[in-house]
Design a protein around this ligand. Structure first.
Ligand code: ZN
Length: 316
């Protein structure tokens, strides 16, 4: 008997993307959901439908000026939201706001006790900073979820765990001086990959110094390397005792991604998700949400995210 897992789908979040030939296309949602449909998990999954986030919810993390800028450029539908990675395609405000809204819906459902585990594809837009877009990310749904959990539910000790090939710089620097944001991030070494940050020496600043875990891996690192360092993440989380876990499971850490250089298989994602479910069971009353994150090889996106959902279903 498995607990039912809540998975989000809908054209509102599928619309988040930047069109051909941008690597973050709008086909990623459907590629994942068609793979999930074939996984034989239907009886263990409920589907949730996204809603847009309100301006006040976006403002839990982002500046008013930046939210206004995205709104204006989304109507204009041309130009860039950053220095050349994230185009201002028409309607991007609504799509980005729906991704945030889906994550906040997932948080509500978990906190109200309707589900223990929820997954939101397309979310996990971890590069967006408080006052700017970056690296295909417009609104930082994970960072907003942290502030929302604190504001709406009084949850203080939240763990953010990121296995995307890229460093989750938007979350890291957004909470660099906050000792209550528990942060663990395995990524390709910033000397070889965007955004260039996330050295092991970056452990937080001020009263948060020493409180965060960055684990850079060499280009070409494989599943054995993942498992070797994952032990550190488990020990770190066990010591930190989070009240809620947010996972960012970017599929661009799998072999064959066109813009990164790690060589994991989807079994790393399955193992990480299972491990986090067990840690959530011990420390967080079972509460965990998964967000899809990056991934630009469509087969990898479909398989890695599906394996995460499978671990959410099967882990006891
Ligand atoms: Zn990435």
């Amino acid at each position: 008997m498995s607990d039912t897992v809540l998975v989000y789908r809908g054209e509102e979040i599928a619309a988040y993307g930047f069109g051909d030939p941008h690597p973050f296309g709008t086909d990623r949602h459907d590629v994942f959901h068609s793979e999930l449909d074939k996984a034989g998990l239907a009886e263990f999954i409920d589907y949730g439908h996204p809603r847009p986030a309100t301006v006040d919810e976006l403002a839990l993390f982002h500046s008013a000026d930046y939210i206004d800028k995205v709104s204006r450029l989304s109507v204009a539908g041309k130009g860039w939201l950053d220095d050349g990675d994230t185009p201002a395609v028409p309607g991007i405000y609504d799509a980005a706001s729906s991704v945030v809204g889906a994550v906040l819906c997932a948080v509500d459902e978990v906190m109200h006790g309707n589900y223990k585990r929820a997954f939101v594809p397309i979310a996990g837009l971890h590069h967006a900073a408080r006052d700017r877009a970056a690296g295909f990310c417009v609104f930082n749904d994970c960072a907003i979820a942290v502030e929302y959990l604190r504001r709406q539910f009084g949850i203080k000790r939240i763990a953010y765990v990121d296995i995307d090939a890229h460093h989750g710089d938007g979350v890291f620097y957004g909470f660099e001086e906050d000792p209550d944001l528990i942060f663990a991030d395995i990524h390709e070494d910033g000397r070889y990959l965007y955004p260039g940050t996330g050295a092991a020496e970056e452990t937080g600043k001020g009263k948060a110094r020493g409180s965060k875990l960055n684990i850079p891996l060499a280009s070409g690192a494989d599943d054995a390397d993942f498992h070797r360092v994952w032990v550190q993440v488990e020990e770190y989380l066990a010591a930190a005792k989070p009240e809620f876990i947010i996972m960012q499971c970017g599929a661009d850490s799998l072999e064959g991604d066109p813009i990164t250089h790690l060589r994991w298989t989807e079994e790393a994602h399955a193992a990480a998700a299972a491990s986090l479910c067990r840690l959530a069971g011990t420390y967080s009353d079972g509460r965990i949400i998964g967000t899809g994150g990056g991934g630009y090889n469509r087969r990898n996106v479909a398989r890695a995210w599906t394996r995460v959902v499978q671990s959410f279903v099967e882990t006891h």
